[in-house]
Design a protein around this ligand. Structure first.
Ligand SMILES: *Cc1c(COP(=O)(O)O)cnc(C)c1O
Length: 417
């Protein structure tokens, strides 16, 4: 087992070059952009300017990396899963352990970054949308730590499904505001948060939860998560002496995927794989695979691939994992797919559940259901590879939050009665 790199700005692995930047309008090729109410153009521009200024300031990175180290617990380990590798019978599988971060997932890398930005901009209040509640918890956590007022918009449907996270946010001092419009789920919560922001942007920073939304959020969120791939790159070089053959991540909006994959983007020999939620199956009409659908449209301020009907109405999604249950995807992933730089996989609810059980039994690690989608697809691909080849799978979060849901699906709750 190897030494972990120190999370300090002096460490050579944390470089701050912005590669593959969008154009001035926030376009990644034909995707992205800034489709927002006129009243939001100015606050979005202010965030963009503040971000570029902060990113060029070593003091910002010093503070950010200090929090990532001493508050979040970075660097996260890269773990060689030898028993999983043996069971799979192919490439050597390494797990990037984002599940070991404070609050249990990768999301806090982003909320720390945007929270620091909010503070630099003098904002006293932060707002966020949340679906499963994971981004809401990560935002409420950072708001508590910075002493900021915090309002979280959440669909009423999601609140009912994710009560423990609602209570956790309250415990952290956040207000959870129920959203009743539309299907009362994540996409409606984003709309409501944007609506509130129009009226409150003077004192309020909107901490957006994934690598989507209007420019500059896709760029911002990607940059705050690249720490995942930068660490993984240095760790695999140290542990295996070379780069991986494949890197795999699950995709809801694309933040953990961009975080792991972006630092390998210019390594032409590294295959990059994104895994979507196929729900009951891609042909079932009940899934959340927006990249696979391949229909371009505008959702939440940017042009991207999304799930819509022939009239352009956004379709309801389904996945066993609430974190992947989003009808859109970040614009940069859409571009990478169209350019042929990204390979696409899909995992059903059942296969994700099986992957969760397999990893738990053979490695003693309970992954989040979202991450289990990446695991299932990763293992499928690894099985067709040679033992001298290497795969990194992003374990985006831990499974504690999913236990009720998992036991329900396995039918164990009835058994216990
Ligand atoms: C939110 C979440 C995801 C999906 O979001 P991305 O922005 O696509 O990364 C994946 N895994 C976990 C554990 C999550 O909490």
């Amino acid at each position: 087992m190897s030494r972990l790199p120190e999370a300090s700005p002096e460490h050579p692995l944390y470089h701050f070059d912005i590669t593959h930047a969008p154009d001035a309008g926030g376009h990644f090729g034909r995707f992205g952009g800034r489709f927002a109410a006129e009243t939001l153009m100015q606050p979005l521009k202010e965030i963009e300017e503040a971000f570029y200024a902060a990113w060029a300031d070593p003091e910002f990175h010093r503070e950010r990396l200090d929090l990532l180290k001493n508050y979040v617990g970075r660097a996260t380990p890269l773990y060689h899963a030898e028993r999983l590798t043996k069971l799979t019978g192919g490439a050597q599988i390494y797990l990037k352990r984002e599940d070991l971060n404070h609050t249990g997932a990768h999301k806090i890398n982003n909320t720390i970054g945007q929270g620091l930005l909010a503070r630099r901009m003098g904002k006293k209040r932060v707002i966020a949308e949340t679906g499963a509640g994971q981004h809401g918890v990560a935002t409420a956590t950072v708001a508590a730590m910075f002493g900021m007022q915090c309002d979280i918009y959440m669909g009423r449907e999601d609140m009912a499904r994710q009560m423990p996270n609602v209570l956790r946010m309250r415990l952290l001092g956040a207000n959870v505001i129920p959203v009743d419009s539309g299907t009362a789920t994540l996409k409606d919560a984003v709309n409501e948060a944007l609506r509130n922001w129009v009226a409150s942007c003077e004192n309020t920073f909107y901490i957006f939860g994934t690598a989507a939304g209007p420019h500059p959020y896709p760029l911002l969120v990607r940059q705050f998560h690249t720490v995942i791939g930068q660490e993984a790159r240095a760790q695999i070089l140290e542990q295996a002496g070379r780069l991986p053959d494949v890197a795999v991540a699950c995709v809801g909006g694309g933040s953990n995927a961009m975080g792991l994959l972006h630092p390998f983007r210019d390594d032409a020999d590294v295959r990059l794989v994104a895994v979507e939620a196929a729900g009951h199956g891609l042909n079932s009409g009940k899934h959340a695979a927006s990249l696979a659908a391949g229909k371009a449209g505008i959702l939440h301020g940017n042009l991207t691939f999304l799930l819509e009907d022939d009239e352009g109405q956004v379709l309801p999604t389904h996945s066993i994992s609430a974190g992947l249950d989003y009808p859109g995807v970040g614009p940069e992933l859409a571009l990478m797919l169209e350019e042929g730089r990204l390979e696409l996989e899909a995992t059903t609810d059942d296969d994700a559940l099986a992957a969760l059980q397999q990893l738990t039994r053979c490695e003693g690690i309970i992954p989040a259901l979202e991450s289990s989608h990446a695991l299932a697809a990763g293992c499928r691909i690894a099985a067709g590879m040679r033992p001298d080849q290497i795969m990194i799978i992003n374990l985006s979060g831990r499974g504690d939050k999913d236990m009720d849901n998992v036991f329900k699906h396995l039918g164990w709750l009835e058994d216990a009665r």
